[in-house]
Design a protein. Structure first.
Length: 149
């Protein structure tokens, strides 16, 4: 099975964002603020030339952290039938390597509560209390610092 990860357009992310993250909602709900900025990067994981998973990196600082250069992960998703196959881990590792190349101090994101265990295994830490994102669900802030700092 041939698997590759490459940069894609934000519109291409909708093929996975919609069924996984915004199921039953209008396609417009897949558009995130900043999707089309030059500093935003979208990556797609392809298996046998089919898009199976996506992740987006937004250059955005969270005031809770002191790191000068931060990226926020958003819209991390793998198609339902491909979950628990290692694709999500591959997308995270690829994104971390990309961020290292950009001299990023810290990666942060709002994790869905049911995904916290997955991210903890990847070395991310929780901070603060869970909070609700309307129409999406319970989340908690997670982060990882660049070990080379």
């Amino acid at each position: 099975m041939m698997t590759i990860i490459k940069e894609i357009s934000y519109l291409e992310t909708f093929l996975v964002r919609h069924p996984v993250l915004r199921e039953g909602k209008p396609i417009e709900s897949c558009h995130f603020d900043g999707d089309d900025l030059e500093t935003t990067h979208h990556f797609g994981l392809y298996s046998n030339q089919k898009l199976m998973g996506i992740i987006s990196l937004f250059q955005k600082n969270n005031p809770l952290f002191l790191g000068q250069k931060q990226y926020q992960i958003r819209g991390m998703a793998v198609l339902q039938q491909q979950q628990k196959t290692g694709f999500g881990k591959s997308l995270i590792l690829y994104s971390e390597a990309f961020c290292m190349g950009q001299n990023v101090d810290l990666i942060w994101f709002n994790a869905r509560v049911e995904a916290v265990g997955f991210y903890e295994k990847m070395g991310y830490q929780k901070i603060g209390k869970t909070f609700d994102i309307p129409d999406v669900g319970e989340h908690i802030l997670m982060f990882k610092k660049n070990e080379n700092e």
